[in-house]
Design a protein around this ligand. Structure first.
Ligand code: ZN
Length: 411
């Protein structure tokens, strides 16, 4: 009979013992009141604050977290987060104050110290205190050498200041700690940084160094088109037009959808060599390989117009317009030619017919990472500072969606 109570009694005693031991850990005297520190996270304020945060209501989230903090003013993560929210709201000074105060605390462990410094570095970066931000991120890396957030922020700061060599070293460190999947991305970034270093060398007329850099960039990522353009520019500056043409032709083959960049250079070169037929053949080859690509048509149209053949040019532009009615660069070229021809009625009517249901943008491009839009191809995004994220923004005509189905209509 008694034995049925022994086990529960032992368990009860055990639980009481554990609870007693935990009390010192859990409770804390705050302004004369005992406060359960671990229940801070379970207060309605904390949860409600998180909900507001998820909903993007930063102001309301801040109110709730401030109320939660009143229960335990020492809660480190909560203060860190609150500081970050002040920064998000644009109160950078307040964020700096909050984070600097945390830094003064005795007995921060190295990881806490690194976290506070990282947040402070982000505050400084937002406030435009570049040197102090760099210093904070470097301090984080002394405490935590593989901190990816500190490394990538440091890299962006170095890039903003055109410290390409430093940015290169930082990206190498990031590549070493990143996942194998991130390695390809890192290679692309290193190639772009190598290209920047090459441009600096070319600016100093150090063509040997510049060539070495551009070739290294291509070896690292053969899709880094600006390296081909720049390498060809160096070859041409050195008087080697044949080598320049070869490099630019390679760029066309590597990235036909960006062929318009080397095309302009090749046109000048071929015409100077007295071989405009090579340019015509190249454009025709590109157009045949990718009928939706309008740039080769537009480039050839420009060439024909300059050679005194506006009707041939218009014919090509109408072809380009059918595939890309939203590229206003084509419309502008057509308007120029139509008015040069004194607005022949049949051609104007054809133009109006082709454009009736089009949406116009000026050569629209969009960053695939942050959706920043620009009116041309950019190699580095001015908003999120990522490299090589821009693609041409295309609007697929409704008739294509009908025939290909929703999945098959992608440009
Ligand atoms: Zn972006």
């Amino acid at each position: 009979m008694d034995s049925t109570y022994i086990l529960p009694a032992i368990l009860t005693a055990l639980l009481l013992g554990i609870a007693g031991g935990k009390i010192w850990e859990r409770y804390k005297l705050v302004q004369g009141k005992w406060v359960d520190r671990r229940r801070i996270r379970q207060t309605p304020h904390f949860i409600v604050g998180l909900n507001y945060l998820v909903a993007g209501r930063v102001d309301l989230a801040i109110e709730q977290f401030e109320a939660a903090l009143a229960l335990d003013p020492d809660a480190l993560e909560l203060r860190l987060m609150l500081g970050n929210l002040y920064r998000e709201r644009g109160q950078v000074g307040r964020a700096i104050q909050e984070h600097q105060a945390l830094l003064q605390r005795p007995r921060l462990n190295p990881m806490e110290h690194a976290n506070v410094l990282l947040c402070l570095g982000l505050d400084y970066r937002q406030a435009g205190f570049v040197d102090r931000a760099s210093e904070a991120f470097s301090e984080v890396l002394k405490l935590d050498p593989t901190n990816e957030a500190a490394l990538s922020n440091l890299e962006k700061l170095q890039e903003e200041q055109h410290q390409w060599q430093d940015a290169y070293a930082t990206r190498q460190r990031l590549a070493a700690v990143g996942s194998p999947a991130a390695q390809t991305r890192s290679n692309t970034i290193l190639a772009f940084l190598e290209h920047e270093l090459g441009l600096e060398a070319a600016g100093r007329k150090d063509f040997a160094e510049a060539s070495r850099r551009f070739e290294a960039a291509i070896a690292m990522d053969k899709a880094v088109i600006p390296a081909y353009l720049s390498l060809g520019d160096v070859r041409r500056a050195q008087g080697d037009e044949k080598a320049a043409a070869t490099i630019w032709e390679q760029a066309v083959d590597v990235s036909p959808d960006r062929a318009h960049l080397p095309l302009e250079r090749l046109e000048t070169l071929y015409v100077a060599q007295g071989r405009p037929d090579r340019f015509v053949a190249l454009c025709e080859r590109l157009t045949a390989a990718a009928p939706r690509e309008w740039r080769a048509r537009a480039a050839l149209a420009r060439h024909l117009a300059s050679q005194g053949n506006p009707t041939g040019a218009l014919e090509l532009l109408f072809g380009a317009l059918e595939h890309n009615p939203h590229a206003i660069a084509i419309h502008q070229a057509i308007w120029g030619l139509l008015s040069a021809l004194q607005l022949p009625q049949a051609l104007v009517a054809r133009y109006i017919d082709t454009t009736r249901q089009s949406v116009f943008y000026l050569d629209p491009h969009v960053c695939t990472r942050c959706r920043y839009r620009s009116t041309g191809l950019l190699w580095q995004c001015p908003q999120c500072h990522e490299w090589n994220t821009f693609v041409e923004e295309r609007i697929t005509p409704a008739s294509d969606i009908d025939s290909d189905g929703p999945g098959g209509a992608a440009a």
